[in-house]
Design a protein around this ligand. Sequence first.
Ligand SMILES: [Zn+2]
Ligand SMILES: [Zn+2]
Length: 286
Amino acid sequence: MAGDLITKLARMEQIKRAKPAYRNLLDFYEKIFIAKEEFYQSLKSLPIVFDEPGVQTRFKAGFPVLDKGAIELDSGTLERFFRTLLQISLEKNPDTAGKLHAFIKKGNLDVGNTIKAMWEGKIPSPRGGKEELGDPTLLFFLLNESLKPFYEYLAEKLQAVIDVTLWEKGYCPICGETPSIAAITEGKWSRHLFCVYCGTEWPFPFLMCPFCGNEEEKGVTYLYVKNEKQYRLEVCQACQKYLKAVDIECIGSPVPLEVENLATLHLDILAQREGYGRGAHYPLLI
Ligand SMILES: [Zn+2]
Ligand SMILES: [Zn+2]
């Protein structure tokens, strides 16, 4: 997986100590991360064969290399994993997750097929009972999380076939999603974008907006939060979208960006309050 579990859990502990306001949220994510790791390990027995020349051709043409149509998902396995994640959510938030649980139990949603449809790029639409479900954020979050170990497993296999340092596009070379967070590497004049879906990290021109390609002087500006020099928001004046960034030199050593993405939800709130939109599609569970 993108960064090993022990590193992620250790960083979560560090953040919980430094920012007690994140304790509840990270306690929840710790359980989610452990469940995802188990599922990820079980995927290793899956025989996956890629059409390597096809992967190279897509990469050179600037298309994300993951050919989802060529991979058959086992909806039963994914549904079981979704239910494991839902169970964890029930412990954290019995009200919201309880509503979702009841909603599914009534037959409003075929979980396995919905996850399959998402894999194919379709936006799921429950059969009925939308009022009963209320806010669908948790549902979308769990559907995405159910697919994530699979994305990460495939991404690791594909990263071995291509050279992501040659990509230089604002979307993920593996799965095509837009980044949630960037790492400013040592020396401050380079940065890596991070895809929360599949865990891929790739270098990107320093001053360019990954969402619209804007690189005019003063086109991208930075917002900082008091006492947090290690984080910043990069906001684009052309497309009004924002990207979160972590200064690795300031932190002192590399950190798992999947965890940093969670530990900076206050920056998402700030950016959205300032009128900027998220560049990434991955649902946030705040
Ligand atoms: Zn990706
Ligand atoms: Zn932009």
